[in-house]
Write a protein that binds this ligand. Structure first.
Ligand SMILES: [Zn+2]
Length: 399
């Protein structure tokens, strides 16, 4: 493969690492896994406490809203009553006014009201006339006084009504700001709730790891893969691998190439189409036809089989080897299919899968990538891992 592709896949894998590596191990000691369990458990507790508090707060706000709604309808009733009182007063004023008008007509001596003149002069005595006039005057005075009072009452009630209306507006504002507050709390709860499955997933993942390594006899301060659950040491053997697994019938099997250190070339025969370091290439590309069996480069333990580590979905097998205490990792990419499963111990005679072109690839080939000390999805992030990638020929013999 070409460096451009490598760079692209590197960036993409880096992006995917950011997404998936949180569950693909940072921890090197069992304690770090245990700490992760504790950390995410605390986080979950915090979130649950937050949700409980939010629920309480929402209840409080709901009660407040209910009280305010009651107050608003009380105020509305008061406004209606005040208006009724204003109407009543106005009607009374009108009535008094009409009554006074009728009575005042008695005074309209000068304006030629004959009927009234007749009435006045029809008085039997002057005393009677004065009496009548004084009654009329008293009545109109009384009405004037009542009307004045009513008008004051109307003005007061109108003011009160204005005050009640503005009180109602204030209550409505308060009501809508409480509704906003309620919405905010509910949105916060939804957000928190949305992150809970992932937190639970983290707990589950790390708890499984802890359980797994505890079952393997690891204690908290053990370094995974180094002081406990150590893969078997690479067996130094020159034992010949049979040619019976060859996928292509017509080709003559060249037989295995095995070094004195117990490492072998992963394919019987095959041609190197791209060397390590060529244009930033992080591995060794080997071609030998689709379906060609691929062997583990040395004895070790399979720790990853799948196609979800690479963003392009390349099928990969990842193996950890123990070279006298140094962890060495080998990665086989673009496989057509797998022949091993996670946790399986393999040796240099184990077919781990078959040559293919899955993922970002233009033809059947094997991309063999190796690192020392740090393994992708084993004990570090992809970022750190890339700094520990080595030339496979450091261990693997040239064909
Ligand atoms: Zn490659």
């Amino acid at each position: 493969m070409f460096w451009k592709y490598q760079r692209k896949i590197f960036i993409n894998v880096l992006l995917i690492s950011i997404i998936i590596l949180p569950i693909s191990a940072h921890a090197t000691t069992l304690k770090e896994y245990e700490d992760q369990v504790a950390k995410y458990t605390a986080e979950l507790k915090e979130k649950e406490a937050k949700l409980a508090k939010n629920k309480e707060d929402v209840e409080k706000v709901k009660n407040n809203i209910k009280n305010i709604t009651t107050k608003i309808s009380q105020t509305e009733n008061e406004i209606v009553n005040i208006q009724k009182e204003i109407d009543r007063s106005n009607k009374e004023i009108e009535e008094k006014n009409a009554e006074s008008k009728r009575v005042i007509e008695y005074y309209q001596i000068e304006n030629g009201n004959n009927a009234y003149l007749e009435y006045i002069f029809g008085a039997e005595t002057i005393t009677d006339m004065i009496y009548r006039m004084s009654v009329v005057e008293q009545l109109t005075d009384y009405n004037d006084k009542i009307m004045k009072e009513l008008k004051i009452l109307v003005e007061q009630n109108k003011k009160k009504k204005i005050e009640l209306n503005s009180k109602k507006e204030d209550l409505k504002k308060l009501q809508s700001s409480l509704e906003e507050e309620k919405k905010k709390i509910e949105a916060d709860s939804a957000q928190v709730e949305g992150t809970i499955p992932s937190t639970k997933g983290q707990i589950e993942f790390y708890q499984q790891r802890v359980n797994y390594y505890r079952n393997k006899g690891c204690s908290s301060n053990d370094v995974i893969g180094v002081t406990c659950d150590v893969p078997k040491k690479v067996v130094v053997t020159k034992s010949s691998t049979s040619s019976s697994r060859s996928g292509s019938s017509s080709k003559v099997d060249a037989g295995p190439v095995i070094g004195d250190n117990g490492f072998r070339f992963p394919v019987n025969g095959g041609r190197i189409s791209q060397y390590y370091g060529n244009g930033g290439h992080k591995g060794l590309d080997i071609t030998r036809g689709c379906g060609t069996p691929i062997y583990a480069v040395a004895s070790g333990r399979v720790y990853y089989v799948g196609n979800n580590l690479d963003i392009y979905g390349a099928k990969m097998v990842l193996i950890v080897h123990n070279v006298n205490g140094t962890l060495v990792f080998s990665q086989y990419a673009h496989l057509q299919g797998y022949n091993v499963s996670v946790g399986q111990d393999v040796d240099n005679n184990t077919v781990i899968g078959y040559m293919g072109t899955t993922g970002y690839s233009t033809g059947c080939h094997l991309h063999l990538e190796m690192s020392e000390g740090y393994g992708w999805a084993y004990n570090t992030t992809y970022w750190t891992y890339t700094k520990h990638i080595i030339n496979p020929f450091k261990y693997v013999p040239r064909p």
